[in-house]
Ligand binder design. Structure first.
Ligand SMILES: *Cc1c(COP(=O)(O)O)cnc(C)c1O
Length: 320
């Protein structure tokens, strides 16, 4: 990557997704503000199309396809929110979509992806390499591979979430963003640096998989084994080649939250704010709660990244 994306790319993305992505609500709660001693603004991507911010980046990336790319189609590998985001964006734009998913992916996720018109190709997680399958499909059929985070158009699209938040609430003292591979965080950092230069930006990842924190502190992309955590949207093993330099330059720190803290936040958000948030979506709020003492009297933004959690799993996590 010789040229990193900039805030202009986020602005351009916001024009492309307008009328297709939801402008999600910014929600506040007196109970939260009293508990935190701060003003907290939640940007609710759990109410985004497909239930997560991933629609923003996927739609932006596919909108930029040439006629030739559109005809040949898109391929993505994901068993999570990126799969549905690509499938729905492709359907809206009339592009054939192939999604590579593990054979043991939850039936509901496969059904949702097929429901959006995606052609699901299954693979064996233990013996096959999904990236290789994706690349082979791309090569053989001329399809364009769109990764879930390490792509300039994907991260620019994700940044529109923070852009809208700053448009709605003006200056913030701190912004907390969930971190997997860093598409959301790097895009939001581009928006924050341009729109609110003094705002501190924190990425938050699962305690069990703190590769982002290690990378940030060592200055090099650190690879780890797939971490065991309930935050399945952030089980990434390494930051991206495009996302990392932006994070390194623009983010103030990377924090972590434990599974126990995520469950506490899920429960709180459900009970007090009537919102279903998936475990990964709670990372930002969990870290803000840890920093309560430093945040007294401040204005803080928290990106709630998604709400896709199976109801039986949601119930069992809340009662565990
Ligand atoms: C993908 C995802 C993340 C992590 O996003 P990255 O861009 O990979 O850092 C966080 N939360 C949810 C709900 C997701 O789907």
């Amino acid at each position: 990557m010789n040229q990193l994306p900039t805030f202009d790319d986020v602005v351009a993305a916001s024009k492309r997704i307008e009328g297709h992505a939801h402008r999600t609500p910014v929600v506040t709660s007196r109970t939260v503000d009293e508990a935190m001693g701060a003003q907290v603004f939640f940007k609710c991507e759990n109410f985004q199309r497909v239930g997560a911010f991933k629609f923003r980046g996927a739609f932006n990336a596919l909108s930029k396809f040439s006629a030739e790319q559109k005809r040949a189609g898109v391929v993505a590998f994901s068993s999570g929110n990126h799969a549905q985001a690509i499938a729905l964006s492709a359907r809206i734009l009339g592009i054939p979509a192939t999604i590579v998913m593990p054979e043991d992916a939850p039936a509901a996720k496969v059904a949702a992806t097929e429901g959006y018109g995606g052609n699901v190709v299954r693979y064996d997680r233990y013996t096959e390499d999904r990236e290789q399958i994706g690349r082979d499909l791309a090569e053989k059929h001329g399809m364009t591979l769109i990764p879930s985070y390490d792509h300039p158009d994907v991260l620019a699209g994700q940044g529109t979430a923070a852009m809208e938040l700053f448009e709605d609430v003006d200056e913030l003292d701190a912004l907390f963003v969930c971190l997997g591979g860093g598409g959301l965080l790097s895009g939001c950092a581009l928006a924050a640096r341009a729109m609110a230069p003094d705002c501190r930006i924190y990425g938050v990842e699962p305690e069990a998989g703190n590769d982002g924190q290690q990378s940030f502190r060592s200055g090099q992309i650190v690879h780890i084994d797939t971490p065991k955590t309930i935050a399945d949207g952030a089980q990434t093993q390494y930051l991206g080649k495009v996302t990392f330099p932006i994070i390194q330059r623009d983010v103030d720190d990377i924090l972590t939250a434990s599974d126990g803290e995520l469950v506490e936040c899920m429960s709180f958000l459900a009970e007090r704010m009537k919102m279903v948030v998936e475990p990964t979506g709670c990372l930002g709020f969990a870290a803000a709660r840890q920093m309560k003492a430093e945040l007294q009297g401040k204005r803080i933004g928290v990106i709630i990244s998604g709400g896709n959690v199976d109801m039986a799993r949601f119930a069992s996590l809340l009662t565990s």
